[in-house]
Design a protein around this ligand. Structure first.
Ligand code: OKP
Ligand code: ZN
Length: 348
């Protein structure tokens, strides 16, 4: 297992987000990745940094005008008013049904709304640099694993911010660049005919689903809290099966908030069987660890030992695999839980 880590994740460090109308400290913090790094090191994993520039693959999974906006967003925000370096921008208007999204306004907050699905994705100085480094790791991991040189079977990208809520042209849910999509597309580009993405984060991976919804060459599967009650609310239902050429290549397995771990593993089994039947050549795992029982914003019931079981089941698929870190907000437990997945995978 090759493991990727880059210190530039620390450059993404917004101070607060909104929760029930109040400003609260961000859940998605730099210490999350540092806990994972510490545990990886303790368990003898050697951390490497990305060698591949993801710009080309990002240009295929994201819209160019969104990438332009994101790359320069902090500069544009600073240019708006003196003192903005100590403030965080948030959108306050969105182009919902009947409003136009084809013309980008000049106003910064309006542009931020155009490219956001919620007000829950705070920006800071260094957001682009951190997100880009995460995408570089995903592209690097995919290139290494797809080539399979030296018997490399799998890679884990310890990166933040996460990516699975980010769509082709929007940020959302702490996510800016879709690392899982970048990894899957990179594996396609490296010759894998069929790639499966399995998203095990507590929250539905709406961005990843939407990017590949019309495509049969990337199978998207997500096991998550039912969007009737859980974020992202507006996507992730069982009747979303793909469209056009992609019909039958999207599988959502929503589960009720509060359900037992045994129920979660039944859904995982269904997902794994679909991946086998698809005859996937490669696998990308959107590894959210917020299914943990102690997670502060989620309602599943996995314990640390269950992450070893998850890893073993994924390892038994026998596929070249790239893991990208998504959510997980019980920060101090993330190291053990992430490494349990990796070591379970290696055991299988
Ligand atoms: C991102 B990932 C708490 C509200 C929750 C949205 C959750 C985003 C989860 N202030 N905000 O899928 O773990
Ligand atoms: Zn999540």
């Amino acid at each position: 297992m090759i493991t990727f880590f880059n210190d530039s994740h620390q450059a993404h460090a917004p101070e607060f987000e909104f929760f029930r109308g109040e400003r609260v400290a961000c859940f998605e913090t730099p210490e999350r990745a540092e806990y994972v790094k510490a545990r990886l090191t303790e368990r003898g994993h050697h951390l490497q940094s990305a060698q591949v520039d993801s710009r080309a693959v990002l240009g295929t999974v994201h819209a160019p005008r969104y990438l332009d906006f994101l790359e320069h967003a902090w500069r544009d925000w600073l240019a708006l008013a003196p003192g903005n370096d100590r403030c965080q921008p948030f959108p306050s208007i969105w182009p919902v049904r009947s409003l136009r999204s084809d013309i980008e306004p000049l106003n910064f907050i309006a542009r931020l709304g155009l490219y956001s699905m919620d007000n829950g994705s705070p920006l800071s100085a260094g957001t682009w640099q951190a997100a880009k480094a995460g995408a570089d790791a995903a592209a690097s991991a995919a290139a290494l694993v797809a080539a399979g040189h030296g018997g490399i079977r799998a890679a884990f990208c310890c990166s933040r911010p996460p990516g699975h809520h980010a769509g082709a042209d929007f940020m959302g849910g702490y996510c800016f660049l879709n690392n899982a999509a970048a990894a899957a597309q990179s594996m396609r580009d490296a010759g894998a005919g069929r790639v499966a993405i399995l998203d095990v984060d507590y929250h539905h991976g709406n961005g990843t689903q939407s990017i590949f919804y019309g495509r049969p060459d990337v199978l998207c599967i997500s096991v998550h809290g039912d969007p009737l009650t859980e974020y992202p609310f507006f996507l992730g239902h069982a009747d979303e099966t793909g469209q056009g050429e992609g019909e039958g290549f999207n599988l959502n397995l929503p589960l009720p908030a509060g359900c037992a771990a045994s129920r979660w593993f039944e859904a995982l089994e269904q997902a794994c069987q679909r991946i086998c039947r698809y005859r996937a050549d490669a696998l990308v795992v959107a590894l959210g660890l917020d299914t943990f029982a102690e997670d502060p914003i989620s309602k599943f019931a996995l314990r640390s030992g269950d992450f070893s079981r998850l890893g073993r089941r994924l390892g038994a698929l026998g596929l070249p695999t790239v893991f990208v870190l998504e959510g997980g907000y019980a920060a101090a437990a993330l190291g053990v839980n992430a490494v349990n997945v990796i070591e379970g995978f290696e055991e299988a």
